[in-house]
Design a protein around this ligand. Structure first.
Ligand code: SAM
Length: 329
């Protein structure tokens, strides 16, 4: 098992398949993009599957989430998913995506065994989408979402980051849209993980503000706290239920004490926290002939060193060197 010094057990593996993205959301990446990881540094499909297999077979990983960058840009994605679903014990396999291209890939991914998707959608307004992401792709995202629902990649979850004076007036309309379509919406507080280092705490739309905006139109009753487990979202029953909305207060309501996540970057580094400042290089070990036992041992040591919390609110907080797109969100 992957246990840290505070007794937390990591069972949820987030795997970044690429640091590239076809959007440029301002809370994540500058408009001109970033210097991408050189191809030889990226794990090959076989290397990804081998490390995931070690995690599942030897280290107690029960959930695998493919992410990025934009994972739909990874050519081998469908095959990687198919091979992941043959592992035993069979992990839950999901994808975090901006849904551009999902209209075409939802069916093949479902056939490959993908269980469900989280789709990022910050606005329903085409101009706002283009301004926020520097790409005019809202229709593609909506088509991808609908295709995921049709293909049975359920529950289809939607992730939204609200930014002040950009899309923060859309909290209630986004929730209404998701209720109509049968998607589960989660709002995420903006975190200091943008490559431009433009995050300001005072500017962030907080969980409290998000809830205030929603309760002007909906009645929200907190879900049973015990049922939350390690889930990052606090969930609320909407207008008596059964539909729910989630709020992930990563900054103002941190949930590090219940964290069960560990991350593998596209270049084969284990990160024990989104905000970790150290990484553990499994790619070098793997390419110099490490056995599965060696890899498992290195991975175990990396998780054992996990800090108690991300420390965003500490005076000495330092943003990690890698931005969100290169870590895997
Ligand atoms: N490209 C995929 C997508 O759009 O979902 C996967 C990667 S993206 C980095 C994963 C999630 O991280 C998205 O929901 C995105 O909104 C979120 N994200 C990116 N930067 C963030 C930040 N600074 N604070 C909070 N969430 C962020």
């Amino acid at each position: 098992m992957l246990v840290d010094g505070f007794g937390r057990v990591a069972t949820d593996l987030r795997v970044s398949l690429t640091d590239r993205c076809n959007l440029r959301c301002s809370y994540c990446m500058p408009p001109e993009g970033l210097e991408w990881l050189p191809k030889p540094e990226l794990l090959t499909d076989d290397e990804v599957v081998r490390l995931v297999r070690v995690g599942v077979e030897r280290l107690g990983i029960t959930e695998v989430r493919y992410t990025g960058g934009e994972p739909l840009l990874r050519r081998g994605l469908v095959d990687i998913v198919a091979r992941t679903t043959t592992l035993r014990p069979r992990p839950q396999v999901s994808l975090t995506t901006n849904a551009i291209g999902l209209a075409r890939l939802a069916g093949p991914l479902r056939e490959a065994g993908l269980d469900r998707v989280n789709v990022s959608l910050d606005t329903l307004d085409r101009d706002t989408f283009a301004r926020l992401s520097h790409r005019d792709r809202l229709p593609d995202v909506l088509a991808g979402l609908a295709a995921a629902q049709r293909a049975g990649l359920r529950p289809v979850k939607v992730n939204t980051v609200l930014m002040r004076d950009v899309n923060d007036h859309e909290a209630a309309p986004l929730l209404r849209f998701c209720l109509e379509q049968g998607y589960e919406l989660r709002f995420i507080e903006q975190m200091p993980l943008d490559a431009q280092h433009g995050w300001r705490r005072d500017d962030m739309v907080t969980a409290d503000e998000i809830l205030d905006r929603l309760t002007t139109e909906f009645s929200l009753v907190p879900d049973d706290a015990a049922a939350r487990g390690s889930a990052p979202a606090e969930t609320f029953l909407i207008d008596g239920g059964p539909a729910r909305v989630g709020v992930i207060g990563s900054v103002t309501r941190p949930f590090c004490g219940a964290c069960d996540r560990v991350r593998l970057t596209a270049d084969g580094q284990i990160r024990n926290c989104l905000f970790a400042r150290e990484e553990s290089d499994l790619r070098a070990a793997l390419r110099s002939g490490a056995s599965d036992d060696d890899l498992a041992e290195r991975w175990t040591a990396a998780v054992a060193a996990k800090r108690a919390g991300h420390g965003i609110d500490d005076v000495g907080f330092l943003q990690p060197a890698r931005p969100m797109s290169a870590i895997g969100g």
